[in-house]
Design a protein around this ligand. Structure first.
Ligand SMILES: [Zn+2]
Length: 326
């Protein structure tokens, strides 16, 4: 499935605009040159007429070979004169050519029938932006996940979790297992799921990151204007779905059945999902109906985050560091 259509269209729009801008810029350069040298305009016209003259020579049935050779020589001489004029004004040699930002694909986004790296990078950046907009934190890296913030008793557990997540991100594919991250707030569940998300996006996978209360509210609203299928479908079909803060959504029978449909569809099609929740296993069983609880607890790789609030420690530390600098 890969990147979202939305990001693809945004990237395409940027490239379309770049091509239009390079065309406009060329027109401006031509206007400047021809304003200074009417001869240059004449020479350009002459060159443009060459192909018409060549066609005419063929049509008139003259000695085509000689005619074409003459035209070629004339053309070279005209081009040389035009180049000299351009050089005379100290303009670059490619002054009358289109200047592309990406020469490889000439800002079309495709080269040799394949998507160009410039377009891939644009789409990836839009995917980053999309995830950052729907998350309370921005996309993270693993190397900013610091084990020293955890008490010694929990460090070994957290080290194992970090290792697992790094390997998971490294080997990520559309058939990777699903993960259930459990533990109190502020222990790094969101950090690690965002680090996995970043790595999956870098590999070209389509990642959807949603906060459970926000997306459930959205689906409830959409239910009344009958566009619910779109959200439900994209959550069920994306390459990696990250469901943050499960258990904080406002539960209705509609939300319950939609959550079940999404979780179940993804399990049937073996698509990976990462769920993070403050609940433990018992609480999941109590809060959700048995069909959801059994699927999450039975099929996901379970992780128990341990420690006391790391965000608080990080905040205190950055506060004391900023005080030191002053
Ligand atoms: Zn390109």
């Amino acid at each position: 499935m890969g990147y979202s259509r939305e990001s693809y269209l945004k990237a395409k729009a940027i490239l379309d605009r770049k091509r239009l801008e390079s065309e406009k810029a060329l027109e401006q350069r031509r206007a400047i040159l021809f304003g200074r040298s009417p001869e240059a305009r004449e020479l350009e016209r002459k060159i443009a007429r060459t192909s018409i003259n060549a066609a005419r020579a063929v049509y008139n049935g003259k000695d085509v070979k000689t005619e074409l050779e003459n035209l070629r020589k004339q053309n070279l001489a005209t081009q040389k004169r035009l180049d000299d004029i351009i050089a005379g004004f100290k303009f670059p040699a490619n002054y009358l050519e289109r200047w592309y930002e990406c020469e490889k694909c000439q800002d079309t986004g495709y080269a040799n029938d394949r998507m160009c790296i410039c377009m891939k990078n644009l789409i990836r950046d839009f995917e980053y932006e999309r995830i950052n907009n729907s998350s309370s934190l921005s996309l993270r890296d693993f190397d900013t996940f610091l084990l020293e913030y955890y008490e010694e008793d929990y460090r070994e557990t957290m080290d194992k979790i970090l290792d697992y997540c790094k390997k998971y991100a490294n080997d990520f594919s559309v058939s990777s297992p699903s993960i259930l991250m459990m533990g109190d707030s502020g222990l790094g569940k969101t950090h690690l799921s965002l680090a996995i998300a970043k790595s999956a996006v870098d590999k070209g996978y389509g990642v959807i990151y949603v906060s459970a209360p926000i997306v459930c509210r959205k689906m409830e609203n959409e239910r009344f204007n009958q566009s619910i299928d779109d959200t439900e479908r994209s959550l069920a079909e994306c390459d990696l779905l990250i469901f943050d803060d499960l258990g904080t959504e406002f539960m209705t029978s509609f939300v319950m059945s939609t959550l079940y449909t999404i979780i179940n569809k993804r399990l049937i099609t073996s698509k990976p999902t990462i769920i993070s929740t403050n609940f433990n296993g018992d609480e999941i069983r109590q809060y959700y109906d048995q069909r959801i609880a059994s699927r999450i607890l039975g099929s996901y790789k379970r992780m128990y985050f341990k420690g006391s609030d790391i965000r608080l420690k990080q905040a205190l530390e950055s506060y004391s560091n900023s005080n030191k600098e002053v």
